[in-house]
Ligand binder design. Sequence first.
Ligand SMILES: Cc1cc2nc3c(=O)[nH]c(=O)nc-3n(C[C@H](O)[C@H](O)[C@H](O)COP(=O)(O)O)c2cc1C
Length: 335
Amino acid sequence: MSISLHTKYLGLDLKNPLVASAGPLTGRIDTLMKLEEAGAAAVVLPSLFEEEIVSEGVEIALLYDYQNEGFAEAQSYLPEMEDYHTGPDTYLRLVRQAKQSLTIPVIGSLNGTSNGGWIQYGRMIEEAGADALELNIYYLPTDPDTTSLQVENQYLELVSGVRGAVSIPLAVKIGPFFSSIANMAKRLFSTGADGLVVFNRFLQPDIDLETLAVEPRLVLSSSDELRLPLRWIAILRSYFEQSLAATTGVHNPEDVIKLLLAGADVTMTTSGVLRHGPGLISDILVGLRTWLEEKEYVSVEQMKGSMSQRNSPDPAAFERANYIRTIQSYSSKIA
Ligand SMILES: Cc1cc2nc3c(=O)[nH]c(=O)nc-3n(C[C@H](O)[C@H](O)[C@H](O)COP(=O)(O)O)c2cc1C
């Protein structure tokens, strides 16, 4: 029996549900080709940062300078990325070259926080041939006078601006820090997002006790971190038909299977391929196929969402956030 791994994401027909998410390996043609060879169904290029566009001539190295508080989102990633693109022109070239070199869909990525002229770059990424655009919004509100409504409206204005600029499918990559994620998702969809990518993973600062400097630390993710997107994919899938991509903590076939059961259309990997190389993708796909065979599924489509909150035998389990049960079961183990 032949099993179909096919899935649909942002209206794109993908041969399987494993996508290489934005990161160093998707920023170079040679590694992009290796990701495709290993079986990735699509790739998301690293983000073009708003700051790269608005401050002409700015060195990307500056953006990664963790001392510089003005560039919070750029600080979230690897500080030394010599091979990373260094401005809009280089970025657009990467999109064009990726399209020429790959047969799988290429998703461009914009990272920004303000609604301004820079969002026209979304159109340029489209013109360069991208099959879809991911808008990565990382905004860390720290002003005590800024309300959650103001922050959320800023997201929506941004999405609306980018939506107006491009006609390719648009995914919005968000973090988990909203008071009401489901409501935010609803409004992002009604503002024109075709899909959500949950959740972005931010680097948190650390204090070096020798130098007394504040430093960002890049720690690659582990499978434990999967459970935050897992919960929210299961909940969001119960309310929304739009595309859902899961990012953070995807490292093995089991991770992918759980997210698909919860209702993800695709699962994404960055840390996993950074740690193990692009070959991880083919290993995961073998494991996924084997599991589907064992459980007698004929396709990924058939299993997708079969354990979303609504379809789960215990829907309340996805909402349980307090410790009582967990503590009880934990105590009985150590007793
Ligand atoms: C070194 C590095 C660079 C990244 N660069 C980007 C980026 O340019 N744009 C973006 O949206 N996400 C970026 N990410 C986030 C990843 O795309 C991904 O969402 C996150 O790492 C969680 O997935 P993981 O657990 O598979 O690593 C980066 C992550 C890492 C580790």
